[in-house]
Ligand binder design. Sequence first.
Ligand code: BTN
Length: 249
Amino acid sequence: MYEIIQVVETDSTNTLAKQYGFQGALHGTAVIAQNQTSGRGRLGKTWQSVEGKGLYCSVVLRPQIERDDFAKITLVAGLVVAEVIEKMTDLPVLLKWPNDIYINSKKCAGILCEASMGNGLVGDFIVVGIGVNLTLTPSDFGIELRNSSTSLLIEKSVNYSAIEIFEKIHTLLLRQIAEVETFGFPHIFQGWRERDMLVGKVARWVSVDGREVEGQALGINDEGMLFVRDTYGKLHEVLSGDVQLIETL
Ligand code: BTN
């Protein structure tokens, strides 16, 4: 049976969960911290962690799926977190590709998935890191995040408990992974499309060759990749990177 490991403080729950993963931690093992001293976001960014005011957790997964499909787990996790938050708050929750969670056009949660190759003793695994802003107030956010980030307290005026939201996310995540192992990803992508906040909007992103490109977001395809049409009508697959919403068409 997997373990749920609770710590007061760590540098990053993803780093700690990865260590457990390399020691052979079972599918479903999770680490939760009250605080992170070096919380990590995507693309080398930091994830602002304020002690006791957010959910900072990472789950070790060993899904029985093709290695090529590991990247799709990030969309599964995003959808799970969005569904749990929506059910708890009764507020509409949207997703920004690949894994940002938004309420009222502001980011309230983010996901950092990191895949590790097995080392001979243990097989491949994925660490799904989840950060949810629970009781942060505007002054808790750095000046650069204040206009673009929010918390469940700000949006709903309720103090949600980290452990309660963790349990719901953990349960649903494991259930959805089991579904994906049996039925593949179509139902996940369908749920994802229903919450896609970029589709139809004008977005800006950095292309693989480092150029800034603008275009209309067309949504995700059956591989979970985001497609956009640039201003010349050319179709692009967005491989990774940050996509920014510019305006509503
Ligand atoms: C992002 O939006 O860029 C992803 C943020 C992910 C943050 C979580 S907090 C728990 C886990 N540990 C980390 O260091 N990062 C993730």
